[in-house]
Every structure is written in structure tokens, then in C-alpha cells.
Design a protein around this ligand. Structure first.
Ligand code: MZP
Length: 504
């Protein structure tokens, strides 16, 4: 006979946190939101630590290049969607990795004999205003000089003239040589008040460039998540069908973290794919997966599939109809608490800590905070990021308000993808597990995250915590009745913004 669990399937909105002693040092500015993302042994550290405990979902309407750059600059990461061709996904990862670095390989270069018109084409194509001039026009050719958009006037100068007549020649260019530290390179930029510093190899060939704007960017984004080569960290969703081709392409493009994207990850498919990936890339990559909603599923993915982190959540996503369609899933709070308990048991037994990601169904900032308090190491969100300027969808105006389309990876809109290929090779989707809709536009990633993280830091102080680990340790939660939820809202006043609620 089927087993019936004793517990009710509970959601985050059914809980509140009880404050603990706030000491004087518990100030938001003293709070760290650092979160591990890769399994680690007791006493050691995670191979990679997120600077904020937030990542974006591997979805077509959420995580493209712009999201990858924006989130990594804030200290998190975007899982670039895998429901696209391998080439397109790898190109997105490559762009994120190329976005910024201390030492950037130049991807716009010209020969000294190129015309200004050809130079302009390069500038317009790449958006770069500083272009190194090399003997053969390659990124590693003999360095001859540098030309910027300030060295000529597009509408005054003869565009058939050659670059060499306008460039600053090598003798006059302040440059560094390979081996220079980033700090020293930035100091040179400062000392000579330059925008870019070419770095040359001993034989005079161009190696890379260091930009002042990258330095400024770094100062403005102190939490940005960088790899050891000072490039933004990039993450990607993968599937259990084409991983043997997709993963090598993503690794080649520079991906740092991958995660299996599946509504039900408790499967031999995920184990097989994960072991294949670990065998080849365990030293290069952090490999996560899921999703699961039970202790049993978690153990399987940790012990059998050897994953670095495990995602929890089935059917809670804002666009998800898996529970209605297939009858599988679990309230996100119940699922998370059971998996966290199992994770802690596993840590006590084996001395290995497995980070847990709470994925989907986070409807507001409070729920993100409750998920963290319940023991999630980080959260994954789709809708939250679909609403930002950086999601890869166009803005649309509906009845005078600005929206963006947002659709599930299991919706008809995403149906032509290989994750839905049946055994006969047909790409027909049998039934939908996700819906297609619109979400309001709320601003840029850094604007919305700033508010969410400020609230998180404040709540952590209320619970006498300076780190997320302390926060979970100190958390005391209470179940709330429907009446107390009502009590928690405003009462007996007419809200100033109530007119906005009427017509949404
Ligand atoms: P949310 O943040 O929009 O509530 O949920 C995002 C999560 O929903 C994703 O990370 C993924 O786990 C899940 N998802 C994506 N597509 C579907 C679907 O079409 C889905 N059913 O459930």
C-alpha cells in the first residue's frame, strides 16, 4: 500500500522567524552573505564561494549573457539556459568570460594599412573605441600602435586614409610587459592618466590590454565573482541528453559551474551523466543538479551521482504546472527542511558538506529569507530575474504598463527543445508542464538585488547573525495561522497605492 507521509506539504509563507539577541556588532555592514556552492570536507573551504546567495534559473526567458554579466558582477551567477544549440550556449558563456578581466585579450585589432572606414566597421561591430594596431591585424601580432575614436573625426577625415597616419605609434604608447601585476598595470594607468594599457610580450607581440574602466567597475562592484584569472565566473544549465557534446563545448568556452536542469533529478540518467562529467572535468568544474524534494533523492544525488550541490524543488515555480499535470511535487518549505536535515546528517556521518539550492516558487523577499533560514545555502529564481532589464526578452507595453514575457522551460513555447525528445526522436511535447505569461518590469538586477539583500542583512541582524551559517544556526521559526498572516499585513487603513492594485 502507498505510504502516506505524516507531514503536510508546507510553503514558506506559512512561517515566521522569531528574533534572537541582536548584539551591538550586528549591523548590516558587518554581515557577510558568502555562500558555498561546491561540496567540501569539514575544516576545508568550498572551491568556489558565492558572494551573495542568489543565482538565476536556467531558463530561456531569464539567463542569457547580460544576466550572466550582471549577476556575476553582483556576486552571484546566472545559469545560462541549455534549451538552445550547443554553439549558441557556448557563445554566451564565452561572452560572459570575455566581458571583463584584468588582462583582456583584444578582440578588435587592425593592421596599420587598414582604412579608417575599416577601423570604423570594427569599432561599430565590437562597440570598442580603443583598437590596438598590429602588423598582421591579429590579437597576438607585432604591436605597432593604438588608435581610438578620438584620433579621427568620422565626418571630417577622409575615411579612405590609412590607420597608420592617425594612430599613436608604439614609441609613444605607455605599455607594460608580460609579468606585470594587475596592481602595477592599474598604477601605470593612473600615473599616466590613460584609459588602456597594452601589455606586450618580450618579442614585441601584443599579449593583452588592461582598461581603466575595468578598474572602476571593480571598485563599484566589490562583491563581483571572479575566477583566478580575474574573469567573471560563468555558469550553465545542462541536460542529460547531449552532455557528451555540450559539456566539452562549454568547458572550452570557459564555464566554471554547471547544473543539470531537470524537474525530477532523482534518476539514473542524472547519475550516469554526472559521473561521466566528473570523470573528465571534476578538477575544472563544479557540477550540481536536481531537482529533488526528499531525503532519499538527496542521498542518491550525493552518494551515487557525486554532485557538488543539490537543487531542491518540484512544482513550486511561478510558471510551473507539474503538480497539476503529473501529481508530483511537494511544498517547498517541507521539501527544503527534509533535505537540509538529511544534508546535516550526511555531514555528521561523512564529514562532507553539500550546499543546497532552494529552486523556484520564491514569491517575495521574505520567502527568500525564510528559505535561507531553513538551511538553503543559496536560492535560484526565475520570475524574480525575468522582471529585470537584463533578462533576454523584449519589453512590451500592455495597457500603458511595461512587461516582459516569461515562460516555463516545460511550456509549449520551449517545446522544440531536445530535453523533450521522446524515444523515437520526435520533438513533440506530450503535455505542458509550464505556462507562458508576462511579468512587470521592475528595474535592473542591481537595483532589485540591493533591496532584497538589504532586507536579508537586516533580518540576519535581528537573529544575531553575521554569516549565513550563523543565521541558519540561530533560526527559530514558527508556523503561522491564516489569521496571523492577515494580522501581519496592514489593517484598517486605505493604502496609498491601493488604486494601483485595482487594475493589475
Ligand atoms: P520561479 O522563480 O519563477 O518561481 O521558478 C523558477 C524555477 O521553476 C526554475 O529554476 C525551474 O526549476 C522551474 N521551472 C522552469 N520551467 C518550469 C516549467 O516549465 C519550471 N514547469 O518548473
Amino acid at each position: 500500500m502507498a505510504k502516506i507521509l505524516d507531514d503536510l506539504s508546507r510553503t514558506f509563507s506559512e512561517y515566521l522567524l522569531i528574533p534572537r539577541l541582536t548584539r551591538k556588532e550586528h549591523l548590516p555592514r558587518n554581515v557577510s552573505l558568502a555562500a558555498p556552492i561546491a561540496r567540501f570536507k569539514a575544516g576545508e573551504a568550498s572551491r568556489l564561494t558565492l558572494n551573495i546567495p542568489v543565482v538565476s534559473a536556467s531558463m530561456q526567458a531569464v539567463s542569457g549573457t547580460d544576466m550572466g554579466v550582471a549577476l556575476a558582477r553582483q556576486g552571484g551567477m546566472a545559469f545560462v539556459f541549455c534549451s538552445q544549440t550547443i554553439e549558441a550556449q557556448a557563445a554566451m558563456i564565452a561572452k560572459i568570460k570575455a566581458h571583463k578581466a584584468g588582462f583582456v585579450r583584444s578582440d578588435s585589432n587592425v593592421k596599420p594599412t587598414a582604412t579608417l572606414r575599416e577601423l570604423l566597421d570594427v569599432m561599430k561591430k565590437t562597440g570598442h573605441s580603443t583598437v590596438p594596431v598590429t602588423e598582421d591585424g591579429s590579437s597576438n601580432g607585432r604591436f605597432m600602435g593604438i588608435i581610438t575614436d578620438k584620433d579621427f573625426w568620422e565626418f571630417e577625415d577622409d575615411l579612405s586614409s590609412q590607420v597608420k597616419g592617425y594612430m599613436t605609434p608604439k614609441e609613444k604608447v605607455i605599455h607594460g610587459t608580460v609579468g606585470i601585476t594587475l596592481k602595477e598595470a592599474n598604477h601605470q594607468l593612473y600615473k599616466h592618466k590613460k584609459e588602456a594599457l597594452p601589455i606586450l610580450e618580450a618579442d614585441g607581440r601584443l599579449n593583452s590590454l588592461v582598461f581603466k574602466k575595468d578598474y572602476v567597475d571593480h571598485i563599484n562592484n566589490p562583491l563581483e565573482l571572479l575566477d583566478p584569472r580575474k574573469r567573471l565566473v560563468a555558469a550553465a544549465g545542462i541536460n542529460t541528453h547531449d552532455y557528451k557534446e555540450r559539456l566539452p563545448a562549454l568547458v572550452e568556452a570557459g564555464v566554471d559551474v554547471v547544473s543539470f536542469d531537470s524537474s525530477d533529478g532523482f534518476s539514473e540518467f542524472q547519475k550516469e551523466a554526472s559521473l561521466w562529467a566528473r570523470e573528465r572535468y571534476a578538477d575544472k568544474l563544479i557540477i550540481g543538479g536536481g531537482n529533488v524534494v526528499s531525503a532519499e533523492g538527496f542521498r542518491y544525488l550525493v552518494e551515487e551521482a557525486q554532485l557538488d550541490f543539490v537543487k531542491v524543488g518540484i512544482g513550486g515555480g511561478s510558471i510551473c504546472i507539474t503538480r497539476e499535470q503529473k501529481g508530483i511535487g511537494r511544498g517547498q518549505a517541507s521539501a527544503l527542511m527534509e533535505v537540509v536535515e538529511e544534508r546535516n546528517r550526511y555531514f555528521r556521518e561523512k564529514g562532507v558538506y553539500i550546499p543546497i539550492c532552494s529552486d523556484g516558487g520564491l514569491a517575495n523577499d521574505t520567502q527568500i529569507i525564510i528559505a535561507m533560514a531553513m538551511g538553503a545555502d543559496f536560492v535560484m529564481m526565475g520570475r524574480y530575474f525575468a522582471m529585470t532589464n537584463e533578462s533576454p526578452t523584449p519589453k512590451v507595453s500592455i495597457k500603458g504598463r511595461i512587461y516582459k514575457p516569461y515562460w516555463g522551460e516545460g511550456s509549449n513555447r520551449a517545446r522544440n527543445w531536445e530535453r523533450y525528445v521522446d524515444e523515437k526522436g520526435s520533438s513533440r511535447l506530450h503535455f505542458e508542464e509550464g505556462v507562458d505569461g508576462y511579468v512587470p518590469v521592475v528595474g535592473s538586477v542591481n537595483e532589485v538585488l540591493a533591496m532584497t539583500l538589504e532586507k536579508m542583512r537586516a533580518t540576519m541582524c535581528n537573529l544575531g547573525s553575521k554569516t549565513l551559517a550563523e543565521f541558519t544556526q540561530n533560526a527559530v521559526l514558527t508556523l503561522v495561522s491564516e489569521q496571523s498572516i492577515e494580522e501581519g499585513g496592514t489593517s484598517n487603513i486605505i493604502k496609498v497605492d491601493s488604486k494601483f492594485d485595482d487594475d493589475t
